[in-house]
Design a protein around this ligand. Structure first.
Ligand code: NIG
Ligand code: FE
Length: 417
């Protein structure tokens, strides 16, 4: 890592960024700032100036300044991935063949596979093994442009292993350049030892897990998989309200596979975001719009589960701020690449390249309470900057399936080049 107290990036062909310290909704989501032939100046990890190349003043460059010649390429804010299941033991490649033979995601889960098989591997894995595995995925994420990332627990499903998973996230946050934002998701599935005793497991979450997570300051958010055969709306509400009383902000895995009213529940409990929303109803969408809930959409999961795609354009028209995320996990979306997600959002959601950029930067940052710090290229914001092997924003969502990131700058330091 090259330490740069002062950094100037010049000769940027196109600088593209949303603007502001909070999420953008409706038509605003597609209004981004475009500056051609631009420079960015950075000092002490923050952006100090942005302008046209011809305005680049000498005083911005001294003997210690590192100067990057962007050679006419595209610059954007670092990508923010607001929904990942980063910490897990093992993978689940065998499930692909089962799916090809016709087994559904929830069928595999009820057969003790799916999330529950990952729980077994996660419980068996040591703290250090999980750290090493998580680090490998974070290296890939960073190389594909993700600089800030939310990470959920949810493959421990007992007090010890949920706490272990959250401590893995804490450790990874210390040792890796990607900034991590932790979410407690003990309500990801009913573990084997509690099958048929969901109420007892919910009691464990409410009375032991949540108080301990809050006391040890291990998470900012509490997420629930509100789904058929997992947690129904009433159980999800109960868990999220308990989380709130302990200072954990609610998030909801809502209407992913079955329309259970998760979107309306997210609005009702004042969740910061509702996520997935593939089968969100008209009422759910209206409720979210009224409550100001951010939609985190995960088109990679629709693709991988061979499901339909969430109604992103309707949500934008109704004034819901839309964010995009990878949902990186071993079952329903085994990819670290948020770049692929940007392309899918364009092709399958029909979002414009501008709406997509806002969704994966500023709105994504707002969905994890970080939009005053990252998510846009503006004076005063953290200098998390991507230079792309791409001349403009259109090319970024057009040339797909390959890695277009050239240089990653995190807090003014070059971390990938
Ligand atoms: O977001 N839906 C629940 N959780 C993940 C899948 C987790 C898994 O299959 O391991 C999701 O799709
Ligand atoms: Fe998820």
């Amino acid at each position: 890592m090259k330490d740069t107290g002062q950094l100037v990036i010049k000769n940027i062909g196109m600088l593209a960024t949303p603007q502001g310290a909070t999420c953008l909704r409706g038509k605003e989501q597609g209004k981004i700032k475009i500056l051609e032939n631009a420079f960015i100046a950075v000092s002490q990890g923050k952006i100090t100036a942005i302008g046209k190349d011809e305005e680049l003043k000498d005083f911005l460059i001294n003997d210690d300044t590192v100067v990057i010649d962007a050679k006419g390429c595209l610059a954007t804010p670092g990508l923010v991935d607001p929904h990942t299941h980063l910490v897990f033991g093992g993978w689940r490649q065998k499930e692909l063949s089962l799916k090809l033979k016709g087994a559904g995601y929830l069928d595999i889960l009820s057969m003790g596979g799916g999330i529950l098989s990952t729980v077994e591997h996660t419980r068996k894995a040591s703290f250090e093994e999980l750290v090493q595995k998580g680090k490998k995925s974070l290296d890939i994420m960073l190389s594909y442009g993700t600089i800030t990332c939310e990470a959920k627990s949810g493959y421990g499903l007992n007090v010890k292993d949920e706490i272990k998973s959250l401590n893995v996230i804490k450790e990874l946050n210390k040792l890796h350049s990607v900034d991590l934002v932790p979410t407690f998701m003990g309500a990801h599935a009913i573990p084997k030892e509690y099958q048929g005793r969901a109420d007892d497991y919910i009691k464990l979450i409410k009375e032991e897990m949540i108080p301990r997570v809050a006391k040890e300051n291990l998470a900012e958010f509490c997420d629930v998989f509100c789904e058929d055969k997992v947690f129904d709306a009433e159980q999800s509400r109960d868990i999220l309200e308990t989380g709130k009383r302990h200072g954990l902000i609610p998030k909801v895995h809502a209407d992913e596979i079955t329309p259970l009213g998760g979107a309306s529940l997210a609005a009702e409990v004042k969740a910061i975001s509702a996520e997935h929303l593939i089968h969100a109803s008209d009422k759910g969408i209206d409720d979210m719009a009224k409550a100001g809930t951010i939609a985190i959409l995960l088109p990679g999961t629709s693709l991988y589960l061979d499901e339909s795609f969430a109604r992103a354009k309707t949500m934008i028209e109704k004034g819901i701020p839309v964010a995009l995320a990878s949902d990186f996990n071993p079952g329903s979306c085994p990819t670290e690449s948020l770049q692929l997600i940007l392309n899918l959002a364009c092709i399958k959601y029909k979002m414009t390249p501008e709406e997509v950029l806002t969704a994966a930067t500023l709105n994504a940052a707002a969905a994890i309470n970080r939009s005053s710090v990252v998510g846009s290229l503006e004076t005063g914001k953290q200098a998390d900057i991507l230079l792309w092997d791409s001349p403009d924003l259109d090319f970024l969502v057009y040339h797909f399936g390959v890695n277009l990131v050239k240089t990653v700058v995190k807090q003014g330091k070059i971390v990938v080049d």
